[in-house]
Design a protein around this ligand. Structure first.
Ligand SMILES: [Zn+2]
Length: 287
């Protein structure tokens, strides 16, 4: 049997087309930086039966969008800057495999340096506490690896707390008590204890924890490997397994766990990439 491969090669981001059969692949925003979330949209494949792809090592999960298909691209906060490969494959209406491929440029981003002083026992952990923190990190990491197939989120993402300032500190290189630590992978919103915290979009409450670092924590699974994370909560007002809507209260701001004062730490993970939640707020997907 002859298999005909239609190969589309694109050089850069605002891609191709119309190529063979009018297929177009477009990435928005056209320039992705460390920690960004982008959207890859494929159009001109009206009778595609299967569609899959990848950016770098990360598989893409497509959902029907407008008159084509879209998938979110998550660029980890510590992803190396430079060119990375993308690839999309599908089976066309006549049963033939087709593909498109190209490269994307990931730009480096300058992150702030934050110097913090914390009580010594919150930084230099005793053995039992270190084991606890490792266990909790493993638990979260396992959660992020679980990819539920259905996209639960819709339309725009909303800020999870009504605080005055913008969230701060994503990607900050942290120097705690004089020692460099891993980058800060969320946004911190200062707000008084008791301020309501809402789900940024529709999703399922996948985990509720009380962690050494994160304190009282809620993780919301938005489907297809996208999670948002709400930490240092004073109170949690949902239970595991429930579906929450965008804007629904899930708890209140607090300073539980390792926190220097009341604030919400809002994190986001997409297929294990630690992404800037601010990127979700700007996501150009509108359905
Ligand atoms: Zn934080």
């Amino acid at each position: 049997m002859m298999i005909r491969l239609g190969v589309v090669v694109a050089m850069s981001v605002l891609l191709v087309g119309p190529v063979e059969g009018g297929v177009k692949v477009k990435v928005t925003p056209s320039s992705l930086r460390q920690g960004d979330t982008g959207v890859l949209v494929v159009t001109g494949v009206p009778d595609a039966r299967l569609i899959e792809g990848s950016v770098g090592e990360r598989p893409l999960i497509f959902f029907p969008y407008a008159d084509g298909y879209a998938a979110l691209i998550g660029v980890d906060v510590a992803a190396p800057a430079g060119q990375t490969r993308w690839r999309v494959g599908w089976v066309d209406g006549t049963g033939n495999p087709r593909k498109a491929a190209g490269t994307l440029r990931i730009k480096s981003r300058k992150f702030p340096v934050q110097k913090l002083s914390l009580p010594g026992n919150m930084v230099d952990l005793d053995r039992a506490t270190e084991q606890r923190a490792d266990r909790e990190a493993a638990q979260l990491n396992m959660l992020y690896g679980m990819v539920s197939g259905e996209r639960l989120w819709r339309g725009h993402f909303t800020r999870p707390v009504a605080s005055t300032g913008p969230g701060e500190g994503f990607g900050a290189r942290r120097i705690i008590n004089g020692k460099p630590r891993s980058p800060h992978s969320g946004l911190d919103y200062s707000a008084p204890t008791g301020t309501p915290v809402v789900a940024a979009n529709r999703g399922r409450v996948a985990l509720i924890g009380d962690f050494f670092f994160g304190g009282r924590t809620v993780a919301v699974d938005h489907g297809q490997g996208l999670y948002t994370l709400y930490m240092h909560l004073d109170r949690v007002q949902v239970v595991e397994g429930v579906l929450v809507e965008r804007g629904e209260t899930i708890g209140t701001v607090g300073s539980t766990g390792r926190a220097t004062g009341p604030h919400l730490h809002w994190g986001a993970q997409l297929r294990r990439a630690r992404v800037d939640p601010a990127g979700l707020l700007a996501l150009p997907v509108r359905d």
